[in-house]
Design a protein around this ligand. Structure first.
Ligand SMILES: [Mg+2]
Ligand SMILES: [Zn+2]
Length: 164
């Protein structure tokens, strides 16, 4: 089995700012400490898996193609720093439009990732900046780590003792 660090995207990996939805490449700015933190997780043998709510698709703010383009950009950007994302799972739905089981705090995307990558939940964790991230993780018996929006991940992982 594998262990994983599940990561929320907006506010964790990249800067969440004034505009609610981030889908343009020029709006995608990595948060401080992200590269170093992800490298440390990777060196410790964790798979890196992003689980993100992208309800702007259902609301017609941006398209699934736009998201796929941004995903590719994020994967390439991290790759340039020697970081491999195993997968990005996203929920394109929004409760204003339709209900689903994949939008966090729903657990469908976690269930999928756990199955796809044979994840041992007990040795994994979820890092998020929203209660829904932690709530979803909790349902899956994954340790949830709530960070401040745009918090420095390196500071955080040292402080929580996730790394020695
Ligand atoms: Mg977030
Ligand atoms: Zn969904």
């Amino acid at each position: 089995m594998n262990k994983a660090v599940f990561l929320d995207r907006d506010g964790v990996i990249n800067r969440k700012g004034g505009s609610y939805y981030i889908w343009r490449i020029e709006d995608f700015i990595l948060n401080e400490g992200v590269i170093d933190a992800l490298k440390i997780f990777q060196e410790k043998g964790y798979l890196l898996i992003v689980i993100t709510n992208q309800g702007g698709i259902a609301r017609g703010v941006f398209s699934e193609e736009d998201l796929k383009r941004l995903n590719e950009y994020m994967i390439d950007l991290l790759k340039q720093h020697g970081i491999k994302l195993s997968a990005i799972y996203y929920c394109p739905h929004h409760p204003d439009v339709s209900l689903c089981e994949c939008r966090k705090p729903g657990t469908l995307l976690f269930e999928k990732a756990i199955k796809d990558f044979d994840i041992d939940v007990k040795s994994s964790c979820m890092i998020g900046d929203s209660e829904v991230d932690i709530e979803a993780a909790k349902k899956m018996e994954i340790k949830g780590i709530l960070i401040p929006v745009n918090g420095n991940l390196v500071d955080l992982v040292v402080r929580t003792g996730l790394i020695s």
